[in-house]
Design a protein. Structure first.
Length: 185
């Protein structure tokens, strides 16, 4: 019984920490302090990233973020169902949700299922996109606003819609840095 109480207390403290972190600390208006906190709370954070206000991390120890990325406001990064890996030079628009855990619609008890998500280098994810568990978004791909990505996205393709489908190809030489600090943050 004592072991169960300790387990519940540990679970409560863990959940409380993430609530405090996501609700208060990620709303703190100083980029450098937020980056310091994130660096110490997730699996790995590379260099020269810009993570804006109110980004939510779920089970941060399974989240790896590369270098030179821009993650905009109110993005939700979920590491509960597997590893979430974000490469280098990735631009993620605001209000995007990247899930590694969802419910199995075929399960009689509304059980969960999880798979990791990989976002390769130079990916551009526009605003209000949803990426579901098990998806890999290939190098240089573009995901249009409002898309729901249910399957892998090939490198250098542009996808849009619900569910996301290929609507074009990207011809960029991918020389940009979305984390550059030339504009107001």
């Amino acid at each position: 019984m004592l072991r169960a109480a300790k387990s519940k207390l540990g679970s409560f403290l863990y959940e409380f920490w993430w609530y405090f972190f996501n609700t208060f600390l990620m709303a703190f208006p100083n980029h450098w302090l937020r980056e310091l906190l994130i660096r110490n709370c997730i699996g790995k954070l590379g260099n020269h990233n810009f993570i804006r206000l109110n980004v939510t991390f779920r089970y941060g120890s399974n989240i790896v973020i590369g270098n030179n990325n821009s993650i905009n406001q109110r993005v939700m990064l979920d590491g509960r169902g597997g590893a979430l890996t974000i490469g280098n030079h990735v631009d993620i628009g605001q209000e995007t949700n990247i899930w590694t855990l969802d419910h199995d619609p075929q399960d009689d008890y509304h059980g969960t299922r999880g798979k990791g998500v990989t976002i390769a280098d130079y990916v551009w994810i526009a605003s209000r996109v949803t990426i579901l568990p098990g998806v890999r978004v290939g190098r240089g791909a573009v995901v249009a606003t409002g898309a729901v990505v249910t399957k892998d996205v090939a490198p250098m393709t542009i996808v849009a819609g619900v569910p996301a489908k290929v609507i074009g190809r990207r011809n960029s030489k991918l020389l940009y840095d979305p984390s550059c600090r030339y504009f107001f943050r």
